[in-house]
Design a protein around this ligand. Structure first.
Ligand SMILES: CC(C)(COP(=O)(O)OP(=O)(O)OC[C@H]1O[C@@H](n2cnc3c(N)ncnc32)[C@H](O)[C@@H]1OP(=O)(O)O)[C@@H](O)C(=O)NCCC(=O)NCCS
Length: 260
């Protein structure tokens, strides 16, 4: 009986120390990534941290089947912080939500360790489908302000999502994506060059087609001439007759009387 109670107490102690470690990691993340924070006490006022800590409580209730209390905690957190995290979302250590207002994180979202998210970000679904429908975000990812990351896509480790980007496809690791639709601009530290848009040297597709056609007609003329020479219809300087009998001088038709 005593041994059983001791076992329970040590189990509880283990859980508490793990939870404390996680809280410390969250604080460390905020301190490392926000140059505006001057002390740990100041950090305790950050709503981004409150939202993450409230979420950890909501998620613990959610996985134990207490769905209503989990949702209640999440909604209270949303009311006070402006950050909506579904209790089902799985979040790693050291998540830092900077400023945070307007952040929405969906039910089946998975977030790795040391991720940074700015205000106005959505990690959401694209429609009303069930199952896994929200993003999986790797470790050390940065999601810029107002970025919308939609669908069950995968954001690789160390990727950066630019402010305002709309991402609907997987992002490889160590890639920076910007714009709508999100396109890579940096891969593993190397800038990707855009298309050549020098306006004075824009391609002219009509002129190119005409050039190709002229080349082709000249080629065909050579073939026809060679065939006519072979058939004895013209001599070496291109004089003779066309197959239908019309006279031909230096490769051209000679106008008959009445034609000009
Ligand atoms: C994308 C980002 C992470 C920069 O990444 P980076 O790897 O340093 O990339 P660079 O700054 O070299 O930019 C690469 C190209 O993308 C463009 N770019 C950068 N950020 C962009 C954005 N958010 N939207 C559109 N284009 C962007 C740059 O102009 C540059 O274009 P160029 O090649 O034509 O010159 C950064 O610009 C960003 O958006 N960070 C989010 C920060 C944020 O949300 N802060 C909120 C504070 S409250």
């Amino acid at each position: 009986m005593v041994a059983k109670r001791r076992g329970k107490i040590s189990h509880l102690n283990g859980r508490c120390s793990r939870a404390l470690e996680t809280f410390r990691d969250d604080l460390r993340a905020a301190r490392e990534r926000d140059p505006a924070a001057h002390s740990t006490t100041e950090l305790l006022l950050y709503q981004g941290l409150h939202a993450v800590w409230m979420h950890r409580l909501a998620h613990a209730l959610y996985v134990r089947g207490y769905r209503f209390p989990a949702r209640l905690v999440s909604q209270i957190s949303r009311f006070f912080t402006g950050i909506e995290i579904h209790p089902g979302a799985r979040i790693g250590r050291g998540l830092f939500i900077d400023h945070g207002m307007g952040v929405v994180i969906g039910e089946t979202t998975e977030i790795g360790d040391d991720v940074t998210i700015y205000q106005g970000v959505t990690l959401g679904g694209t429609g009303k489908q069930g199952g896994k429908r929200h993003p999986t975000v790797g470790n050390r990812v940065i999601v810029g302000t107002a970025a919308q990351v939609l669908g069950p896509l995968v954001i690789g480790d160390d990727a950066k999502i630019g402010a305002g980007a709309i991402v609907v496809k997987d992002v490889p690791p160590a890639t920076t994506v910007v714009g709508n639709p999100g396109r890579p601009v940096v891969i593993s530290g190397k800038r990707i060059m855009g298309p050549d848009i020098e306006h004075t040297r824009l391609p002219d597709p009509v002129a190119e087609s005409l050039e190709t056609l002229t080349r082709r007609v000249t080629e065909l003329e050579h073939h026809v001439e060679a065939a006519q020479r072979g058939a004895g219809l013209i001599d070496g300087s291109g004089n003779g007759r066309f197959p239908d009998g019309r006279p031909r001088v230096e490769g051209r038709e000679v106008p008959t009387q009445g034609e000009s």
